[in-house]
Design a protein. Sequence first.
Length: 195
Amino acid sequence: MGEQATVLVVEDEEALVEIYTHWLTEEYEVRTANGGEEALERLDGSVDVVLLDRLMPGMTGEEVLGRIRGRTSECRVAMVTAVEPDFDILEMGFDDYLTKPVGHEQLLETVEGLLERGTHAELERELYALASKRAALQSSKSPAELNDSEEFEELERRMGDIRKELETSMSSMDDGEFVAMVREIEDEASRRGSE
């Protein structure tokens, strides 16, 4: 990218705000907010990625996420939280889910990956987000819990539908290239989800 991308860090723990800002400042323009209301005030069309804490006093991360998605679908949102993922994440409109503690490399890779996904088609973005949710659930739920979940079954079905839609819309790619692209999206999301 020619100009620096803008990352909005939304976190109520001041020490984490400082750490994330330190890690990101070299490559990105960083804005910070200590809560939901402040995050929404600092969010404008120039924000490319939001790193959003899920548990904050006042407005929760889910509420902030809902308001962000009500305004724009352009910026990418990663939940960065101590909350272990549960099936409720399937209803949330985030692009990636990181469970604290988050390391330096993981945070940078996540932001970079979200920015790259921002340049791809909407279907690729949705596939990546669903694969990230799947990986988060696979890391916190037993195979039996996953097998018994209608929500998880629907997630798998939606991923299959998206693969078919992508295959149709990218008919100019040969089968090997297409399979490699889809596998790369899903593997990257799974790898990040299991870190």
